[in-house]
Design a protein around this ligand. Structure first.
Ligand code: HEM
Length: 153
């Protein structure tokens, strides 16, 4: 079960990043061009938020099964701050939960705006923040914090 959840968690990261980056670029273009906020724009924000929630759920499932996370919480006094256990047991979880919250705020706050330009602007600003947080806390193969494959097969 752990490997299945981890594989899905690794894969959904790409779907989420695609939606997030595409929607952010569209939101920026819409904001700057004065375009109307269409049903398609609302749809993109909605699905980005949905994939973020799916990734959060998968993250929680992986977290409760993860030997690394368990090791971290069982050995709080001994684990080194720069270890993989600390990254997955604490930093990755907190950073990503924050990013998913920011995505929810983006969609909610954009929805509450009356003007189309303000809708695009809110979506763009909050999504950009979420992208930055997610890029920092993904365990990229080159990351100094923790390194994992580009794709898990
Ligand atoms: C935007 C949200 C998230 C993204 C993009 C993301 C991305 C990733 C990626 C790419 C991996 C490496 C997968 C692999 O080894 O192939 C990973 C591992 C992991 N993630 Fe996430 N994650 C997110 C949210 C979360 C959350 C909210 C939690 C905890 C509640 C979590 C817990 C974990 C754990 C525990 C591992 C490693 C498990 C292990 O190897 O023992 N993730 N995550």
């Amino acid at each position: 079960m752990f490997i299945l959840f981890l594989t899905l968690h690794s894969f959904v990261r790409w779907i989420l990043l695609l939606f997030l980056i595409y929607t952010t670029i569209k939101a920026y273009a819409g904001w700057k061009s004065g375009k109307e906020f269409s049903e398609a724009d609302r749809w993109l924000g909605h699905w980005t938020n949905t994939f973020a929630q799916v990734q959060l759920t998968l993250g929680i499932l992986v977290f409760v099964k993860s030997a690394l996370a368990k090791y971290f919480w069982a050995n709080l006094n001994e684990v080194a701050l720069d270890s993989e256990a600390t990254f997955f047991g604490l930093f990755h979880m907190v950073g990503m939960a924050l990013a998913v919250t920011v995505i929810s705020i983006a969609v909610g706050s954009s929805k509450r705006q009356k003007e189309d330009q303000a809708k695009f602007k809110k979506l763009f600003q909050w999504f950009l923040l979420a992208i930055i947080i997610i890029l920092i806390f993904i365990p990229w193969p080159f990351s100094p914090l923790a390194s994992r494959p580009w794709i898990r097969l």
